[in-house]
Ligand binder design. Sequence first.
Ligand code: A3P
Ligand code: MG
Ligand code: MG
Length: 382
Amino acid sequence: FEVLPLPAEVVISHPAWSSNSPLKPDKSIYSARKPLAALTVPTQIATFSYDANHVLRYDDSSLRYFVEPQKGADLEMEFEQWPGPEEDPGRLDSLLFAYMREVDSGKDLEKPNVMTWRGMMTRIVTALYERRDSWEMNAMLVDGTVYLEDNKGHSYVNETVTGYTRGIKNIPTPQRKLMYTGYAFESYCTADGPNQTVSTQHEPDVNTNMQWCSIVQTSIGSSKLVLGGEVDCVRGAYKGKNGNYVELKTSGAIKNVKDERNFERKALKYWAQSYLLGIPQVVVGFRSSRSPYILETVQTFQTFHLPRLGLNAGWSATACLNWTNAALEYIRERLASEGRAVQEEAKMFRIMFRPGEGLQVLTLADEHALAIQNGDHVERVG
Ligand code: A3P
Ligand code: MG
Ligand code: MG
């Protein structure tokens, strides 16, 4: 079957939330439901790389291997020389190109209900407990498959972690520095080949253009998914599948119960992000409490065990997956019924999420109507 990239003239506009019955992120409903019967383990179907200039390559040239970082490593060194990360347009193109190559080569792939980046799915999975950030996606239904993309034009009014997606250039220096520590940690934790055990690196080598990505086939409840996402590194040799993948994270030192709860809350994102691609391990570098840019300790968590941290912090992986199942069914159903109503597919939709209020699907025609009603300005970006 054919997969089509979203058209270039995707409408980028300010949110026009309407109060039409959204799907409510009601924690009590989804935690009371029984766990989904069959949890699938994601299967890798392809990999690809972005090189140092962020050019797509159908190979594993950007694959990195885990190496034990040195305690005391300086996470801010060379920060001044860092131009900041490239702003990623968030389009599905490279995922679709890499996927189509597999289809063209004759690989027998089951048609998915939903295809998107792992990052979009992480948003959906964690939305049940999201208290701060609203988000928007653009969606299309083509030949029975829903394609989801970030809506980069969303203004993220409530986002207090100043928009990674809003514009890299506008991030204040302290926050950019904290971002840099995350990339510096990745650099200290990785090597070009599998045979190194302890890092001998004394300064970070940060290039955020380079990425290695895995495309997996998986499912949540009744929805079959194809997801693409970055894998930070592998532990040991690369065996062509996700059994030894590692997600790298940095976090502030845990000094008291409040810090501990905060970390346990953040673990929801670590879990969701890693679970979706079938990454079995998360390696966390804790920064020092005396100096926030020094690596103090490193701890490995099994993704499978992370939901235990949720018990203290009030999140449940089971509830997240039940919610995700319902959210995907809701999105699929809304797009399908809208498609039937207009006798055509390949219409554009906007998916909106507001913390506490819920998830909504609007067709772009609806949205335009609402925007006009509200007097909102709608911009078109070519
Ligand atoms: P940390 O995760 O250690 O903070 P990822 O962990 O997803 O591989 O991302 C690597 C790093 O990119 C992060 O390191 C962080 O520095 C930066 N980053 C990713 N997503 C971000 C976001 N939404 N806001 C700010 N920084 C982000
Ligand atoms: Mg990463
Ligand atoms: Mg990481």
